[in-house]
Design a protein around this ligand. Structure first.
Ligand SMILES: Cc1ncc(COP(=O)(O)O)c(C=O)c1O
Length: 489
């Protein structure tokens, strides 16, 4: 089936500019991954036996499945009996999601998606002939949280519903779905005979004091769910492409196995081996310290270096980056929303959009011609224009929270959101909060230099508001800004 091209990725003209800090794509730009996993891989390449360079079992390397079985037994609790057959190793979690949905959904069947959502869910559902039914969460600025009303969610359930995708921790909002919400969703799954696809790829990135709760640990839900994990987000090696699916439902697992085998036969053996070794290392710390990385009473004495789980250290590191990026966004005039977990921070850009003339950045608007009247630009188009504007003035690329466009159709979710990723080297962001604070009060940045708050002029809002509008191409960027950009990164 042909897939429609999507406006979500219509940034091709600005995606690949040199020197650009890309805050829109979900991978790190520094060595966030554990050094041990690289050492394991090096060892496998140099000293591994011949079989590690050949196909392994279709359902995955036994050593990897064995350690995942232990980890999930620990996480789900002893009452959930996990056996080898409950686990399928896949080519990244993307393949796990695809194979699970394909196993469940026939043409015309419904799959419920909670928006804003990871865009590939809807694409996969549509690609396999299903119908995506979107439930839009709304952001409550007073309570600073995304509202998930389970009674409203129930309105989408029907005899046509085959699956609901539960993404917790959630991309892009960073929301952690609570235990009581998951219990209510579990009741709906029982009532309507629906399977939950639990995309928990960000489970090791939950920021204090929030806690992740596993849907499959609810009595009866291990058989009624597929839990998805990903090496991309567990150890931040997104290029290695490894993931897995876990379910107690043997019929469903048989279909997932078949789908995956027909697609790629099996996943990469050396990558599975390196992952298994890394997980074994992490597991010893996990059982010694507990999943929050704190030493449990009565656990065997371990030294400090062992005590720190990679997962705990990385989570704290990203929590600090979340705060740093939130400050940067705020100083730039955006409104970051609460982020409790995951890779991303969502910010409201409505106020800033209103202060800028974005008409020349609307796709299709004639450059320099004044383009479309700003008041007539649709919100979604305006946010895309804002991202183009941003990319033309500072070498930072954000991603429109595409999913909110979908929500706009339902009239529910304010569409003025952009999504930025946390796991980047924030020092590369060429925006000086101090300078911008001056700019926000309407003083040109040279003043900042004069007052000694920053050593050089930086592109700033008051400046771009006063110069003639700039067409969004590298060739025609104002030389002054270009010079600043060239030296900024
Ligand atoms: C919620 C969510 N699920 C799945 C994936 C896909 O991850 P993988 O690299 O394992 O395919 C992503 C990637 O960003 C994601 O954000």
């Amino acid at each position: 089936m042909a897939i429609q091209s999507s406006t979500d990725f219509d940034f091709d003209d600005i995606f690949y500019q040199d020197n650009e800090l890309n805050l829109s794509i979900g991978h790190a730009d520094y060595e966030i991954y554990p050094k041990e996993i690289i050492e394991f891989m090096t060892d496998i390449m140099q000293n591994g036996n011949t079989s590690l360079h050949q196909y392994t079992n279709n359902d995955g390397l036994p050593r990897l499945k064995s350690i995942l079985q232990k980890i999930y037994t620990y996480l789900l609790g002893e009452h959930v009996q996990i056996v080898d057959k409950n686990i399928q190793i896949t080519m990244a979690s993307s393949a796990a999601i695809y194979c699970s949905l394909k196993a469940l959904v026939n043409s015309g069947d419904h799959v419920i998606i909670i928006d804003p959502s990871y865009p590939f869910y809807a694409r996969i559902v549509e690609n396999i002939g299903g119908v995506a039914k979107h439930y839009p969460m709304t952001y409550d600025p007073i309570d600073n949280k995304w509202i998930l009303d389970v009674m409203e969610l129930e309105q989408l359930f029907s005899p046509m519903t085959k699956a609901i995708i539960i993404n917790t921790p959630h991309n892009p909002t960073g929301r952690v779905i609570t235990e009581s919400e998951l219990l209510s969703i579990a009741n709906l799954c029982r009532k309507y005979n629906v399977i939950a696809i639990c995309d928990e790829v960000y489970e090791w990135l939950v920021y204090e004091p929030k806690k992740h709760f596993k849907f499959a640990s609810i009595p009866g839900m291990f058989d009624r769910s597929v839990t998805i994990g990903s090496l991309s987000k567990w150890f931040h090696v997104t290029g290695w492409r490894l993931g897995w699916a876990l379910t107690g439902n043997s019929k469903l697992m048989a279909d997932i196995y078949l789908n995956h085998m027909c697609m790629v036969i099996t996943s990469s053996t050396p990558i599975q081996e390196a992952t298994a070794r890394m997980l074994e290392l992490e597991y010893t710390k996990l059982i010694a310290t507990g999943s929050d990385g704190v030493c449990m009473s009565g656990s065997p004495a371990i030294d400090d270096s062992q005590r720190s789980m990679y997962w705990t250290k990385t989570c704290r590191q990203l929590q600090a980056k979340r705060d740093q990026l939130a400050n940067i966004l705020q100083d730039f005039g955006l409104k970051p929303l609460t982020t409790d977990a995951g890779y991303y921070i969502v910010a409201d850009c409505l106020d800033l959009c209103r202060r800028l003339d974005l008409s020349d950045y609307v796709v299709g608007a004639g450059s320099g011609s004044g383009g479309q009247q700003q008041s007539s630009i649709k919100p979604y188009t305006m946010v895309l224009a804002f991202i183009r504007w941003l990319s033309s003035h500072v070498p930072v690329l954000s991603m429109h929270s595409v999913e909110s466009n979908r929500c706009t159709n339902t009239g529910r979710l304010a569409p003025f959101y952009i999504r930025d990723i946390l796991c980047k080297d924030c020092s590369r962001i060429p925006i000086r909060p101090v300078g911008l604070r001056c700019c926000r009060s309407g003083i040109w940045c040279d003043t900042c230099a004069q007052t000694g708050t920053t050593s050089e002029p930086i592109p700033c809002l008051c400046y771009v508001e006063t110069v003639p509008k700039l067409p969004p191409t590298a060739d025609t960027v104002d030389p002054k800004i270009k010079r600043i950009l060239d030296t900024a990164v």
